[in-house]
Ligand binder design. Structure first.
Ligand code: UGA
Length: 453
């Protein structure tokens, strides 16, 4: 059992604090925002993350997790994790001012031998720079990089079942001390230098974003040559060297991480004089998807007086209420600028959406968002949208255009009902567009028979 402090009770900090206490460590989570701190102390969570409330509640009751606004707790800690935001600065650079402030605040309470773990996503070299600060050297603090790979919506699961734990350290002792914290996890621990750990975090996010942008580019080729992107993705993903994750074409990637990290890596690299044409293209292709979707809608509205578009889904992905980098919202803004009325529905993200784009007409029921609409954009693939009563939708909508921004709707069914179905890479005649027409024959185990899916 280690005595741990986690600075920051945001999405990464809170999940880290809760999961480390679940692993049996004694954790103090320090939060400087008074409102957030009071809520946490009263047992209210500022974010929705499956499984998190149970961990926070259980470990608070067991006395292994507490929330504080006071950095003095650092004096009793063996290890302190810095998990504060690093938002995009003006030129795309990661703004590390919150990290610096956290280090300044903790330093006066640090005891010699304290290990300072940087969990926030920071530009390469940040941990090295912190390690060289005079007060850090004077206090005898070890600085370690330990990037996170948590997805929103599955962050608790990801923390407790990681593919790998990355520890970037300047000494084997510091590496071992952080590795001990993760001892009870069934995961490989990769010990490297601090810079490699920091770059690996950016590279992982950038590569995932690259796969999606790449498939989005292929989806345009598919539409043009009348091939089906679902089938292409299936076949490509069956290659074990490639794998099937993050090959879904559609409106592209959003959220608080991919856009920020791709930009930050590009900006930092170019600052060092490295040419980054791939990273630039990955970002540009992602922006283009949104423009293309907006253009498809505008085309469909041609000649319509006082047009209305209904957008289903404004969260940047399903199972979250986060609207940062939301494709649906970017497209809504574009449409509103062109004089279109935009109605939106989302099961969880409407209040966040209304704060960012107040001109959207938010509807708490998908059918009321669709009533009288001239076109529909499905921007987030919440399961409930696939199960809508499409016959009823057809009757209530004024127009017939459906832009399926996530390639999840059953095109054959929608076309039969009289909708004009538009998608990213599922052309008119090819395939039924519901992803169930694939024929895969697999060899049966012992008797040489083949199975068909
Ligand atoms: C991402 C990474 O997946 C995490 O490993 C990382 O720790 C995290 O960023 C971070 O840096 O903190 P997250 O932003 O929660 O996690 O979202 P993802 O599930 O990765 O999805 C990102 C975007 O890609 C979403 O907008 C999603 O709709 C889109 N996407 C995903 C596609 O368009 N196609 C796909 O095939 C997969």
């Amino acid at each position: 059992m280690e005595r741990v402090c986690v600075i920051g009770a945001g999405y990464v900090g809170l999940v880290t604090a809760a999961c480390l206490s679940e692993l049996g460590h004694l954790v103090t989570c320090i939060e400087v925002d008074e409102g957030r701190l009071l809520a946490l102390q009263a047992g209210r969570l500022p974010i929705h993350e499956p499984g998190l409330a149970e961990l926070v509640c259980g470990n608070t009751q067991r006395g292994r997790l507490l929330f504080s606004g006071n950095f003095a707790g650092i004096a009793d800690a063996d290890v302190v994790f810095v998990a504060v935001p690093t938002p995009s600065g003006e030129d795309g650079d990661a703004d590390v001012s919150f990290v610096r402030r956290a280090v300044e605040s903790l330093i006066q309470y640090a005891t010699p031998g304290l290990v300072l773990v940087v969990k926030s996503t920071v530009p390469v070299g940040t941990a090295d720079e912190i390690a060289q600060l005079a007060p850090v050297l004077k206090a005898g603090i070890e600085v370690v990089s330990n990037p996170e790979f948590l997805r929103q919506g599955t962050a608790v699961y990801d923390f407790l079942h990681p593919d790998r734990v990355v520890i970037g350290a300047a000494s084997a002792e510091a590496m071992e001390r952080v590795a001990r914290i993760y001892d009870s996890l069934d995961a490989p621990i990769v010990g490297v230098d601090r810079r490699s750990a920091e770059l690996a975090k950016y590279a992982a996010n950038a590569l995932l974003a690259t796969r999606i942008s790449f498939m989005n580019e292929i989806s345009h080729i598919a539409s043009t040559v009348e091939a089906n992107i679902d089938d292409v993705a299936l076949i490509v993903g069956m290659d074990r060297r490639i794998g099937s994750a993050f090959l879904r074409a559609g409106l592209g990637w959003g959220g608080s991480c991919f856009p920020k990290d791709v930009l930050a890596l590009t900006s930092a690299a170019e600052g060092y004089g490295c040419h980054t044409p791939i990273l630039r293209a990955v970002y540009e292709v992602n922006q283009l998807q949104r423009e293309r979707a907006a253009e498809l809608l505008i085309e469909a509205l041609h000649g319509v007086a006082d047009p209305t578009v209904a957008i289903l889904g404004v969260a940047f992905k399903p199972n979250t209420d986060d609207v940062r980098g939301s494709p649906g919202l970017t497209i809504a803004e574009r449409l509103i600028k062109r004089g279109v009325t935009v109605r939106a529905h989302d099961p969880y993200a409407l209040s966040n959406a209304a704060l960012l784009v107040p001109d959207i007409d938010c509807q708490s029921d998908p059918y009321s968002a669709l009533e009288g609409a001239d076109a529909l954009l499905l921007a987030t693939e919440w399961e409930e949208y696939e199960a809508l009563d499409w016959t009823l939708v057809r009757e209530t909508m004024r127009g017939r255009t459906v832009v399926d921004g996530r390639n999840v709707l059953n095109r054959a069914h929608l076309t039969e009902l009289g909708f004009h179905y538009r998608s990213f890479g599922r052309p008119e005649y090819n395939g039924n567009g519901n992803g169930t027409h694939h024929r895969i024959r697999r060899p049966a185990h012992n008797n040489g028979e083949v199975g068909v899916e």
